[in-house]
Design a protein around this ligand. Structure first.
Ligand SMILES: [Zn+2]
Length: 181
């Protein structure tokens, strides 16, 4: 499956030139670049995800609402996986913390990632308290034995793809209207 941005990610990663663990920042930037393709939604974040094998090959990519449905980035990337992909040693790069609660689908992304058996997740931006009082995505991943890394230096960049949301309020303020999307 090819969506806008997928080929650019492949080109930027040059199959194996960027390695998970060594080039986490550059790979996370590719996930953030994908988040710029998301059709904006007043009730959901714009998120990008890139799943990379241990040898640096890009297994799949995804971004929010890429097919017009309420699909989440991580979910889209997991759906697009080639059959038999080795996920234990793979890393999923997510511009935003994977969701732990969700209204538009029965299973939140943290659960989908654990079920798929992804070994490692790198996240740029912690989910703010806008739709959900407290996202526990990172916690759920860690509890399930997934290696989780946050790169807060990329939080601002990931947030910039979400100018359509009222994110001005402090993270500790009251939850916004609407529900988790
Ligand atoms: Zn999600």
């Amino acid at each position: 499956m090819s969506t806008p941005g997928h080929d650019q990610v492949l080109a930027a990663c040059k199959e194996g030139a960027l390695l998970p663990g060594r080039d986490d920042g550059a790979l996370l930037e590719q996930a953030i670049a994908l988040s710029r393709h998301c059709p904006p939604s007043r009730t959901a974040y714009s998120v990008g995800a890139v799943l990379v094998a241990a040898d640096g090959s890009v297994l799949s990519t995804g971004y929010s609402r890429q097919d017009g449905s309420p699909v989440h980035a991580e979910e889209a990337a997991l759906r697009a996986l080639p059959p038999g992909a080795e996920l234990r040693t793979a890393t999923l790069y997510c511009s935003l913390e994977p969701c732990s609660e969700r209204a538009s689908a029965p299973r939140p992304c943290a659960e989908l990632i654990v079920s798929a058996g992804v070994g490692r997740v790198v996240v740029g931006w912690r989910e703010p308290e806008l739709f959900v009082a407290r996202c526990r995505g990172l916690e759920q991943l860690r509890d399930a034995g997934v290696a989780v890394e946050e790169l807060p230096a990329y939080a601002d960049l990931a947030r910039r793809s979400n100018g359509h949301l009222p994110l001005g309020r402090p993270a500790t303020g009251p939850p916004g209207e609407g529900g988790p999307a």
